[in-house]
Design a protein around this ligand. Sequence first.
Ligand code: 5AD
Ligand code: SF4
Length: 470
Amino acid sequence: MSPPRKLHIKSYGCQMNVYDAQRMVDTLAPEGFVETSSVDDADLVILNTCHIREKASEKVYSELGRLRVAKDEAARAGRQMSIAVAGCVAQAEGAEIIRRAPAVDVVVGPQSYHHLPQLLARAKSHGRAVETEFPVEDKFGFLAAPKPAAIRARGVSSFVTVQEGCDKFCTFCVVPYTRGAEVSRPVAKIVDDVLRLADNGVREITLIGQNVNAYHGEGPEGRTWSLGALLHRLADIPGIARLRYSTSHPRDVDDTLIAAHRDLPALMPFVHLPVQSGSDRILAAMNRKHSADDYRRVIDRFRAVRQDIAFSSDFIVGFPGESEEDFAATLALVRQIGYAGAYSFKYSPRPGTPAADMRETVSAAEMDERLVRLQELIDGQQAAFNLAAIGSTVDVLFERAARNPGQIVGRTAYLQPAHVMASPDIIGQILPVTIASLERYSLLGELSGAVPAPPASARMTDSSHMITGA
Ligand code: 5AD
Ligand code: SF4
């Protein structure tokens, strides 16, 4: 048998990329690849790129410059190192990447990761391989052929892709161009994945997609299922104690999703619902297809069925034409909603998007100043939200040993990390923790009562701890 080849994946960006990186590892494992944490001894380096952030392509090219040096050094030592570029920058730039960075062997878009072995073989015989098409029928091909080994246990919590792409075309966003049109996976395949993960001890599933609540997958009876219906089905799977989904669009929140929050204790009361701006003028220029009041009404619908629900959001400051008055409307919305956390970004033009041609740009100084003001407001809300946990007893799903010896870390319903001193036997269980203090973003507490750790074989039976009161 030939020795294993070493694979190093460097991932940037969103959860989808973290998940995709794992899929690439799975696809390449049967080819004899094992992961390495270092570039220097890798036979294959994959840059799994993200196009959302500022100067994303430029950063990829400078990283490729560094990798070329590593590749040359490997060659001098008599080893061949291959370089592949994956992710959204690969999708957007295609063969241009190889023109500008000839050290690259393979350029592969997110729809083609299941072809990686063939692409590597083609690069070997032809020097280069590029695949960034959108083969619609094949979009989820990597999971279409059931490969029991392809979905291995990922610890306690796992992502499952349910849809990809986006049809919304917000004027600032590259996703509809890099990830293509919205496509949903059939219900049966998702159920299959989750059954297998549950069998491997996974307790928490986060359904992911660029516009996850646009989900409209084919159900087993041939009709189309919504995300709410899918969540109801998955909540029935024994062993799955927590369900989450990300990222949602306010326009696609339908009644079945609200009903899922009302009916399913396993559906965590923490929703990432980006609004981007609180100004109707800017929301219209962004082509968000909703007003600030529409967003408020959506939040109210969630709150009406689940009082302990908390929200996070994304914001863009300095979108072309944003006045001080528009920005004030964003601050007002944030004050009114009250977030458990949020991401805020300075607008930066993405070539090829409609907003990139808008002329009324906001000065860098103004953007900086608005970002600071918005982040101060959000940080204050987040700190208050975390502080409110002190003294309460909350359910924590324990995930792994923490860095401090003897400590085990898990997450609350609101994804706050929570640390306790306990035996590693509690990993995989949901247990009530009384929160004593807060250290930066981490809660510190004690297991409430002397809850004996059940044996591993009884791990699926602790559903009495499923609901988190806040
Ligand atoms: N400029 C700034 N922020 C952006 N985002 C997406 N595109 C841009 C852009 N051109 C932000 C949005 C989105 C998040 C993932 O990234 O807030 O919700
Ligand atoms: Fe981009 Fe989200 Fe708008 Fe789709 S809904 S275009 S992914 S910001």
